[in-house]
Design a protein around this ligand. Sequence first.
Ligand SMILES: NC(=O)c1ccc[n+]([C@@H]2O[C@H](COP(=O)([O-])OP(=O)(O)OC[C@H]3O[C@@H](n4cnc5c(N)ncnc54)[C@H](OP(=O)(O)O)[C@@H]3O)[C@@H](O)[C@H]2O)c1
Length: 268
Amino acid sequence: MEEVFGGLVVVVTGASQGIGKAICLELARQRPKLVLAARDEAALERVAAACSAAGAETLVVPTDVTFEAACRRLVERAALRFGGIDMLVANAGMSMWSRLGEVEDLGLYERLFRLNVLGCVYPTYYALPHLKRSKGRIVGVSSVAGLNGVPTRTGYSATKHALFGFFDSLRIELKDDGVSVTVAAPDFVVSEIHRRAAGPDGKPLGESPMQEGKIMSAEECARRIVRAAARRDRLWIGSFRGRVGRFVKLVAPGLVDAIAARAIRERR
Ligand SMILES: NC(=O)c1ccc[n+]([C@@H]2O[C@H](COP(=O)([O-])OP(=O)(O)OC[C@H]3O[C@@H](n4cnc5c(N)ncnc54)[C@H](OP(=O)(O)O)[C@@H]3O)[C@@H](O)[C@H]2O)c1
């Protein structure tokens, strides 16, 4: 893989675990300046220590991305410490596992939109002047659930569709600025997201319902996302069914719906 991130300043949200953590570790080998953001400071420090050991310079900025002021501060601290920003990976997110009719508190939908959508909009907005100066890169982490509906995921899928609208529009706006926008759409990946997904009562499930041995590892997902960002690809889709589903949907949308329903039924 072409190594383009040496010495570059990369801000990653959701860096404390899962795919964000794996992206930091994947990048670290190239010796970038990594800015790690999430809420769990102790976990961020552990990831930062591992990244430093691999060769990166690191800055930990505890951040709740659902707050605009916190995202402004994240960007300010990154720029102050490292003199600019070359890439933003807007990755923080959460999921759900409940049919609409079973959801007990619609506040869940507000939480999902605040984190998954506004939690990408805020850091992107504040990082934009720096990214224009560096002709940098933006990576937005959506999902295959952003390309097609998925049962038990009405709110999650809606937020991930929203990210396609946001980042695809932004890519056009930034065309003349030399800033690339890569949207990553993983399929199921082993991470904390399934255990932490909100059930009908809005609380985390506590245990992952997935067949974890049969889905992509966070490390593999991170490798693919970093490669797509390095090449400035516009889109990376994490599975064959996701890639092909886009085209099948045009002629046989019911078939794609059936594949989505089976994925949830079989938990892989
Ligand atoms: N795993 C999958 O199957 C899968 C598939 C498709 C797409 N994705 C997407 O990939 C992204 C990463 O998910 P993951 O699977 O790695 O999940 P994960 O293991 O649960 O990690 C989620 C990350 O987001 C952070 N986060 C949560 N709430 C936050 C907040 N309010 N402010 C700042 N950070 C926050 C978490 O850190 P703290 O708790 O420390 O804040 C954590 O670092 C998400 O956008 C997800 O939708 C995942």
